[in-house]
Design a protein around this ligand. Structure first.
Ligand code: SIN
Length: 524
């Protein structure tokens, strides 16, 4: 197993690095974040409503990918016994929390939501510092993140059961929903805040307690959320955060634990498969939101300007580091030249730089391994005959004070065997492919083991339904490149995982349905 983990850590630059990676470049230069409320920037882990050091006293540094400055240090807790102790704290808290009323949980989530909004500027600043996304994007993530608290605050009171007609004389059947228990939450660096709230909000609403492993690259957003959760009044032990660079170890302890009844993970398919195996011994309930390889299809009958806007939002959001990013842009012959030209013109207007600087539209990649993958994909596609339409190089010089900057890149006429069409690039590179017919593009779009999101642009209503139904994905964007909202069921099919997050379905993953068949009540 150890060698498999090492191989995956080396080979994958996507979100698997949230659980399997080495630290970013070591640095001694300190960052100054200028927070209105500096107490939001934590240097301790959070257990039982207390800010704690690791037992060993060890810490690790977290740096800003935009300039390699040290944001701070957090405890290194990758020790089996230590993780077990945190799980035990969450178990004890569950015994009380599970009996709290849905109304009280609703109120706490609503307070937590309000506190998030009250601290918008600081929380966005922290996201930008640790992840690198530009401040406007970070604010967008922050609002998206807080919306899960708002949504599940309301859902807490809509957690209905059923009455079910009986086939046995004299019985009445009803169902109730009960919290599954202690939940292990493992989150990625690409959405340091939103991927936490998308999991803990339904868990809390359902009456579960949580052990959260925050990513080593971006632990501060999760810790800041804990400060606000504590202020909101969540009881001790309901929310706990572990910080560690030894993600494989912490993940393994969480997955093997008999106390943890469910694991919710967002990250790569490779790591998802490892975690699923580790969870098999205890047959836990799992929600896995894993890798994608999203097709983005532009048909001849599309509104081309809208398709270009959609492609920009979808492909280049967070510099291409989202699991729902367009990874393969298929454009029909008749509009290929117009679309490619307009896409190039639009991307030329990007301003790449430190996301904290005014006017910057696109930030750095998370680390050097992420950048190396983009470089490999560009080279591979060009070597195989693709046309480089824009970009294609690292960005260096005084305005790029780290090694993590890459030019927004567009490659045209990408051949079918290019690596960038087989796997997520997870970076600012758009691969554009020419196609002739609807049948051909559906074959290409579905020819992958994963199926998270898919997008297409068309104004033909018949085609809209045909293609939406035919795409083998969990989420379809039709005439839009942006789909993420708390109110929709977010999740994939095939090797993109299982379970749905957000929406009226999101709480189900944190509950068990119990049926109660009652007799002795007289005739039906
Ligand atoms: C992800 O990249 O994992 C999530 C993206 C989203 O929720 O929009």
């Amino acid at each position: 197993m150890a060698s498999l983990l090492t191989r995956l850590a080396q080979s994958s630059t996507s979100r698997s690095s949230s659980i399997l990676s080495l630290s970013r470049t070591m640095s001694t230069q300190r960052a100054t974040l200028n927070l209105k409320n500096p107490s939001l920037l934590k240097s301790k882990a959070f257990v039982n409503n207390e800010w704690v050091s690791s037992k060993s006293g060890k810490v690790f540094q977290v740096t800003n990918p935009a300039n390699n400055e040290v944001i701070g240090e957090v405890p290194e807790m990758g020790n089996e016994e230590e993780v077990e102790e945190v799980i035990a704290v969450a178990k004890k808290a569950f015994e009380t929390w599970r009996h709290s009323t849905p109304k009280s949980r609703q109120d706490l989530l609503a307070k937590f939501h309000k506190l998030m909004l009250d601290n918008t500027d600081d929380l966005a600043t922290i996201i930008t510092a640790e992840n690198g996304k530009p401040l406007p994007d970070a604010r967008g993530e922050h609002l998206y993140s807080s919306s899960f608290l708002e949504w599940f605050s309301a859902e807490a009171m809509r957690n209905y059961g059923d009455t079910i007609p009986s086939t046995i004389p004299g019985l009445r059947n009803v169902t109730i929903k009960q919290p599954v228990g202690v939940v292990g939450v493992i989150t990625p660096w690409n959405f340091p805040s939103a991927m936490i709230t998308r999991k803990i909000a339904p868990a809390l609403a359902a009456g579960c307690t949580c052990v959260i492993k925050v990513p080593e690259e971006t632990p501060f957003s999760g810790l800041a959320l804990m400060e606000l959760a504590q202020q909101a009044g969540f009881p001790p032990g309901v929310l706990n955060v572990i910080t560690s660079q030894d993600s494989p170890k912490v993940g393994q302890v969480i997955c093997a634990s008999k106390t943890i009844k469910k694991v919710s993970f967002t990250g790569s398919t490779g790591v998802g498969k490892i975690l699923a195996k580790q969870c098999a011994g205890t047959l836990k309930k799992l929600s896995f939101e894993l890798g994608g390889n999203a097709p983005f299809i532009v048909f001849d009958d599309a509104d081309i300007d809208a398709a270009v806007t959609g492609a920009i939002a979808c492909k280049f959001r967070s510099s291409g580091q989202t699991c729902v990013c367009a990874n393969r842009i298929y454009v029909q012959d008749g509009v290929y030249d117009e679309f490619s030209k307009k896409l190039v013109e639009a991307v030329k207007k990007f301003k790449v730089g430190n996301g904290a600087d005014e006017g910057v539209t696109h930030g750095p990649l998370i680390h050097g391994r992420a950048l190396a993958k983009v470089e490999d994909h560009v080279k591979d596609a060009v070597d195989k005959g693709a046309n480089l339409l824009l970009g294609g190089s690292r960005l260096t010089g005084p305005e790029y004070p780290s090694e993590n900057y890459y030019e927004p890149t567009i490659i045209g006429d990408v051949p079918e065997d290019a690596a960038c069409l087989q796997e997520e690039t997870f970076g600012p590179m758009a691969a554009v492919v020419r196609f002739k017919s609807e049948e051909e593009v559906l074959r290409l779009a579905n020819d992958t083991d994963v199926g998270l999101a898919g997008y297409f642009f068309s104004r033909d209503v018949g085609r809209v339904w045909r293609v939406a139904e035919a795409l083998e994905v969990g989420m379809v964007g039709c005439n839009t490149g942006l789909i993420s909202q708390a109110s929709i069921p977010f999740g994939g099919v095939k090797e993109s995982g299982y379970g749905r997050e957000g929406s009226k379905y999101g709480m189900a993953d944190y509950e068990v349905i119990k049926v109660i068949c009652m007799g002795g009540l007289g005739t039906n």
